[in-house]
Design a protein around this ligand. Structure first.
Ligand SMILES: [Fe+2]
Ligand SMILES: [Fe+2]
Length: 453
């Protein structure tokens, strides 16, 4: 069994046990039987691995050094684990060979306590085969793997490739989509390594180059959503490529029309809509057509198809958009709403754009995907600017998967209205500071994207 599957399995076995001791006495059958299941599950694993180690870093849980992803089937298990480790100030838990059922039950039983009693009981119990390491300070530990720089490098490499690809198509030069494969897999790896880090970079919106950043952002958002619903690497690569190419048909439309600030005439609107059809033609023009191209063609054609059967290009009633097209439909709308453009000089605030997506599920968007998307971005997506009850302004830097209404923010404006390079505040641990409302960064001359670079 690979490490990742093993990690997911152990978390899935621990969760019912932790839940059982919250409700029942430790001698109850429910507790005993979930402990037995846990024991038989880890018995095999402890033959392969010498120990089973969970580390919490930021809001990620690592199992034997491999990060466990928040996926649909494991979301609540992992969220519970993360929340509880954080509440108890635990850095790591290690189950060692020789661990007994009684130890596991005793451990589960103190794991439900609050921080003070947990630490006291931990000292008394002195587990032989379960090692618990506490965080020394409230401060987060050093990063176990080097993430940030790598993620940024991947983003900018991908941006360059996206630009080249579109510019070549624009000028009628031959394009080979296959050569962008390395970059796509780079993005896929970034998503699995540092989902929140790469998502933060989608707050980079470059007005002049709307289409490049937009295309890449849609690709990244789609990848993040795809990962949450459990797509494998190969399908993620196809999805990422399709996301990046979704608007490729726009290369056949004049830049004046695409960037027009005034309201479009009916005729102009009809012309613009044709980018869905043109997209098919543009992808067919690329060299080395393969299966991935076929997925991208469907997305280019269908990404303005709505869930309720409306949208363009016109279609037969029974024509259904592909899964990838439904994913891109959401990510495309979200990125478009949150980006300033000629006809929309002030973009929607991220939380508001999410609300639009939420309230249009069933009509425009696939309801299940809309829910997963909302869960992925949180209530205040990364890059949101928040007015706080202490008079300061913070930019959301990271979500708390365990408390989506209390993210981690960086203070960027002090209570006297001065722009500062302030501290990081975890609103889940500083409940004395409340969020008053999301606000426009433009009011304070703040560019949220700058804090991620
Ligand atoms: Fe489009
Ligand atoms: Fe688009």
């Amino acid at each position: 069994m690979n490490i990742y599957i093993a990690g997911k399995t152990v978390v899935a076995l621990l969760y019912p046990l932790f839940k059982a001791v919250q409700v029942y006495d430790i001698n109850n059958n429910v507790v005993i039987s979930s402990a037995q299941k846990f024991m038989s599950g880890i018995g095999e694993l402890l033959e392969t691995f010498s120990s089973l180690e969970f580390i919490r870093y930021r809001d990620y849980v690592f199992f034997n050094k491999q990060r466990l992803k928040y996926e649909i089937d494991s979301y609540s298990n992992l969220q519970f684990m993360n929340t509880q480790l954080k509440a108890l100030n635990i850095k790591s838990i290690t189950f060692k060979r020789g661990v007994t059922q009684q130890e596991v039950i005793d451990f589960a039983n103190i794991f439900k306590e609050d921080r003070a009693s947990f630490q006291k009981l931990l000292g008394e119990k002195n587990f032989q085969h379960i090692a618990i390491e506490l965080l020394k300070t409230e401060k987060e530990p050093e990063e176990p793997i080097e993430n940030g720089q790598m993620t940024k490098r991947t983003y900018f490499k991908a941006l360059k490739v996206t630009k080249n690809l579109m510019q070549n198509l624009w000028t009628g030069r031959p394009v080979d989509v296959k050569s962008s494969r390395r970059v796509i897999y780079g993005l896929v790896d970034s998503i699995s390594r540092d989902e929140f880090g790469i998502l933060a970079l989608t707050t980079i919106k470059n007005f002049d180059e709307y289409t490049f950043n937009h295309s890449l952002n849609v690709g990244i958002l789609a990848l993040a959503l795809g990962q949450r619903i459990g797509l494998d690497r190969k399908n993620l690569a196809r999805l990422g490529t399709s996301g990046i190419l979704h608007d490729i048909g726009k290369v056949e439309i004049s830049k004046e029309l695409i960037n027009k600030i005034q309201k479009l005439t009916d005729q102009e609107w009809e012309t613009l809509k044709l980018h869905s059809n043109y997209g098919v033609r543009e992808i067919l023009k690329t060299r080395g057509l393969d299966e991935t191209s076929m997925f991208a063609i469907a997305v280019a054609y269908q990404h303005h198809w709505n869930y309720d059967g409306t949208g363009y290009p016109l279609r037969e009633k029974e024509d259904e958009p592909t899964l990838f097209s439904r994913i891109v439909r959401i990510c495309d709308s979200y990125d478009a709403m949150t980006t300033a453009r000629g006809y929309q000089p002030v973009p929607y605030l991220p939380h508001f754009a999410l609300r639009v997506i939420w309230s249009n599920q069933n009509r425009l968007f696939d309801p299940i995907l809309a829910k997963v998307f909302t869960q992925l971005l949180g209530i205040y997506p990364v890059g949101s600017c928040l007015e706080l009850s202490n008079g300061e302004i913070g930019v959301v830097m990271r979500q708390n998967p365990s408390a989506i209404d209390m993210p981690n923010v960086k203070i960027v404006v002090d209570s006297n209205n001065n722009k500062i390079d302030g501290r990081m505040v975890d609103l889940a641990s500083h409940t004395e500071i409340k969020i008053i409302r999301p606000t426009y960064p433009q009011i304070y001359g703040v560019n949220p994207a700058a804090y991620f670079l």
